[in-house]
Design a protein around this ligand. Structure first.
Ligand SMILES: Nc1nc(=O)c2c([nH]1)NC[C@@H]1CN(c3ccc(C(=O)N[C@@H](CCC(=O)O)C(=O)O)cc3)CN21
Ligand SMILES: O=c1ccn([C@H]2C[C@H](O)[C@@H](COP(=O)(O)O)O2)c(=O)[nH]1
Length: 277
């Protein structure tokens, strides 16, 4: 059984059995028909994935790794905030008439800051530190910039990634303030596991643990029956993940740099997953 399935199933069971509904409150997100999208949530979920053991990928529902990696590279490599630079439609509902999602995600990672080593953005600072100062405990990127929140279509959810070296191993903590379990838990985990593999490869480390800290892990009301069906399924084993070993420059990765072997997964009709906006 894929370890990511085990974690997903347990987290969803915990949310459904111990979670708290927000039905008595006003909430921001809406369904397509305009009704409020309520959730049941659990506060403070921490999941650990050891990338040396296996790649964290769901099999209880088929996932599209290349599409997820395309969005990851849109943020971390292209540092774009425009959906015209994205090959999927996952951000369409939050874009303005020019395709912009405002000063969120990729925009924040593209802003240059002044450091003792020179002016660079947060991604290049991470790459510089891992190459020149791997003992540093200050290697992180953060997109939750209060100064610019009023100009973001959606406030960053997966908002910070902290890198930390132990021996030859590169570990990371993904901080996420809000997680839509059905739409994006598997999606975000495989994205940031891939990022850890990529950054480790180009800085000469072995990818180790990804620790995923989620403040508000929730299941939307209309997703509950789908989640109940998914967690009753019998998972397959995790696929084998490989990253093109010839890539030594972070900016040379493409979605085709990732490969999966032996990925077996249950299908799920996308119409069953409406996304609350
Ligand atoms: N309510 C909500 N949940 C989210 O997960 C979410 C937001 N809003 N707003 C911004 C982004 C958009 N996200 C999304 C939206 C849709 C898919 C999605 O439909 N994924 C499909 C594959 C899509 C494709 O490959 O083109 C899937 O099956 O995983 C994934 C992430 C995650 N984020
Ligand atoms: O990468 C992402 C982006 C977004 N989400 C989810 C989490 C929430 O359900 C919504 C955002 O709504 P807020 O009211 O701003 O929390 O999007 C995700 O899970 N992963």
């Amino acid at each position: 059984m894929s370890y990511a399935d085990q974690v997903f199933i347990q987290t969803c069971k915990d949310i459904l059995s111990k979670g708290v509904w927000d039905t008595d409150r006003e909430v921001r997100p809406r369904w397509e028909d305009g009704s409020p999208a309520h959730t049941i949530k659990l506060f403070g979920v921490v999941n650990r994935y050891d990338l040396r053991e296996e790649f964290p990928m769901l099999t209880v529902r088929k996932q599209y790794l290349k599409s997820a990696v395309d969005e990851l590279l849109w943020i971390w490599q292209k540092k774009s905030n425009n959906i015209h630079d994205l090959h999927s439609h996952v951000w369409d509902s939050w874009a303005d008439e020019n395709g912009s999602i405002g000063k969120a995600y990729g925009y924040q990672l593209g802003v240059k800051h002044h450091y003792p080593q020179g002016d660079m953005d947060q991604v290049d600072k991470i790459l510089w530190d891992l190459k020149h100062d791997p003992a540093s405990r200050r290697i992180l990127a953060i997109m939750y910039n209060h100064h610019d929140l009023s100009e973001m279509a959606l406030y960053p959810c997966a908002y910070s990634m902290t890198f930390n070296v132990s021996g030859n191993t590169l570990n990371a903590i993904l901080n996420q303030r809000s997680q839509d379990m059905l739409t994006a838990n598997g999606w975000n985990v495989m994205q940031y596991a891939t990022l850890l593999h990529m950054i480790a490869q180009v800085t000469g480390f072995q990818a180790g643990e990804l620790v995923h800290v989620i403040a508000d892990a929730h299941i939307y009301d209309r997703h509950v029956p789908v989640v109940e069906e998914l967690i009753a399924r019998k998972p397959f084993d995790a696929p084998k993940f490989t990253l093109d070993p010839s890539v030594t420059d972070f900016y040379a990765f493409t979605p085709d740099s990732v490969k999966l072997e032996g990925y077996q997964a249950h299908s799920l009709d996308p119409k069953l997953i409406p996304v609350a906006v």
